[in-house]
Design a protein around this ligand. Sequence first.
Ligand code: BTN
Length: 245
Amino acid sequence: MGAEVIGRDIYFKESLDSTQNFIQDLGRQGFREGAVVVACRQTKGRGCRGRSWASPPGGVYFSCLLRPKAILLRNVSWLSLVAALACLEAVAKISRLKLRVKWPNDIFLAGKKLGGALCEVDACAQKINFAAVGIGLNVNTTELPPEATSLFLHTGKNFSENLIIQEVLGQIEKYYLKMEKGKSRELMNQWQKYCFFKGSRLKVKTLGRKVKGKACGIDREGRLLLRLDDGRVEAISGGDIKKIS
Ligand code: BTN
């Protein structure tokens, strides 16, 4: 499936500090929605929560410029959910592998991290001026830490990076346009289906406190729902999450 809006302006770069910086520059200059930049490697790739994202050749690194009109800042986590699910569906279609999404923005293969999405926004009050949605996928990467994997390391086969990018863009566009029309059901259903945490007990560090409970889904705002030991259900917007059992 091809994308019509996302990727209509596309830039290919050999090396960048971060594709997120490139897209944010376009965003500030007023470029239209849908611009995408792809880099073969990044020298200062960023991950979530201030982490760095190692970006050697062989991986897929790109960012998209979005200008959501209906998605407000309070629902910005939808964009991370869209990006992670789009990656899962695109890579699963091409590789025929069974993947999982880990809330809110990780893609897992056989219990190891295959990739992740990062959403950075420029907003005023609730209105998002632009969002830079970045994706890193370990496709043909050969050297990774033990907690991560790549399609090549898992299967011994090389995959077309361009084909993966094209499929991911198509899937992002499909879900993004639906979310802009307020149609969140398909995204939520697919997320519940592929969620790595479903039914697991989790330990969550959020807003300076620690809570434990059983993951019981995500809500319409894209928050993770945790049934605490006293029976209450808490909606988690972000934090450091570990699976206990
Ligand atoms: C995470 O799992 O922490 C998110 C990783 C996101 C990495 C991608 S690679 C392309 C884009 N540019 C960056 O600097 N980061 C994102």
